[in-house]
Design a protein around this ligand. Sequence first.
Ligand SMILES: Cc1cc2nc3c(=O)[nH]c(=O)nc-3n(C[C@H](O)[C@H](O)[C@H](O)COP(=O)(O)OP(=O)(O)OC[C@H]3O[C@@H](n4cnc5c(N)ncnc54)[C@H](O)[C@@H]3O)c2cc1C
Length: 390
Amino acid sequence: MLEGLQDVESALRRRSIAFTAFSADAPTVFAAIDHRLALLVIDRGYLPMQETWRRDVADATSCPIVEVEADVVVPVDVASDHLETAARTIRPKIMKQIDRFVVERSTTALEHGSWGDSGRNVELGRTRGAPTTIDLSDPSAAVAGLALADEPGPVEGWTGGTTEARSRLRRFCDEVLPQYSDRRQRFDRNGSSSKLSPYLHFGQISPLEIVLAARSSGAPEDEIDAFVEEVVVRRELAINFVVNEPKHDTFAGLPDWARSTLDAHRDDERPALFTAAELESGATDDVVWNTIMGVIRTEGWVHNQLRMYWGKQILRWTNTPEHAHRTLLDLNNRYFLDGRDANSFANVAWCFGRHDQGFQEREVIGKTRPFTDQALRRKGDLDAWVEANR
Ligand SMILES: Cc1cc2nc3c(=O)[nH]c(=O)nc-3n(C[C@H](O)[C@H](O)[C@H](O)COP(=O)(O)OP(=O)(O)OC[C@H]3O[C@@H](n4cnc5c(N)ncnc54)[C@H](O)[C@@H]3O)c2cc1C
């Protein structure tokens, strides 16, 4: 996130716009700078936590606030005004509207920059406890200056920011998009999907920019459609879920059929039981699962097919479905770089039946969709992947 802010700072500097990063809570910051504000423009956030941040800002500010919706392609309330059952119910609504919103943007030339002679920092008010600012020139030093827990530590192989997101997007459009529908199944190959989810999560690239790039890439239409299905339809279905289901972070937020089938199998004997700590450290009796968990811990990201297998096993290894749901969500949000996202809540809920249909009834998992290692083996060379990643 700090690397991303460093990018924002340079981009704004090129347009002569001043930028200051503060390290403090919103009321403290806004109490100090309120007298300097003419208009506040913010992006819409969909999770309760993001709504609280915005409410706190609004309470601490006396200037007008404009909220824009830039984290989706079709504004959420335009797409649908209720909780959608599945991709099939929201897809036609989104696709009917999408062309209205997929339009090129332009940059407004500024008449006056704000960089000015007085340096880049906003002049702070004389409030007590004026917030400290963050020096973004060295993001690692900035992280060290924040009181963060040591674990999870930094992951390798990722650089934050819009510049990096755009170069990934270009590479993806050139090399992967032309065969996206096949390649996105291949968990055993590098470069099988865009790996843009952390950048989307931190707002370092917009879904609109991604769709515009995909549409002008020259890739076959059906491949572009397959990608739009993920980055627009599935992603915005997840946002529809968190906006319209207040219990999206608990077992109680699952559909009735899923809760009742899992309830009916509550007392089934589990093949094995593992504690949350054993799961976190990858100490189950399943080498595939342990390897996936190890990659999640060290890299902060894993392929979608592997996430499906990873998420689906926990029900079979925990004593109640409520505990299974909580444990999976905790692991997801603690370790994934793209965690704590609408996608996190929707996809964890998917492992328990959300946005899905019933299947033949089985022990423990009831009528929820099974996902075994056989399903993975059909998509790629699982043994080679495990060997390379253990
Ligand atoms: C158990 C489980 C947990 C997951 N947790 C998260 C999470 O915490 N954060 C997260 O962003 N995604 C999560 N996903 C969804 C998906 O696995 C990731 O979005 C995807 O792997 C990201 O890789 P990518 O950017 O290369 O995807 P690409 O295939 O390149 O797709 C482009 C974008 O489309 C969106 N997308 C792709 N698949 C899905 C999907 N199934 N649902 C909603 N949007 C999708 C993402 O924003 C993604 O970045 C989870 C899936 C499962 C099964």
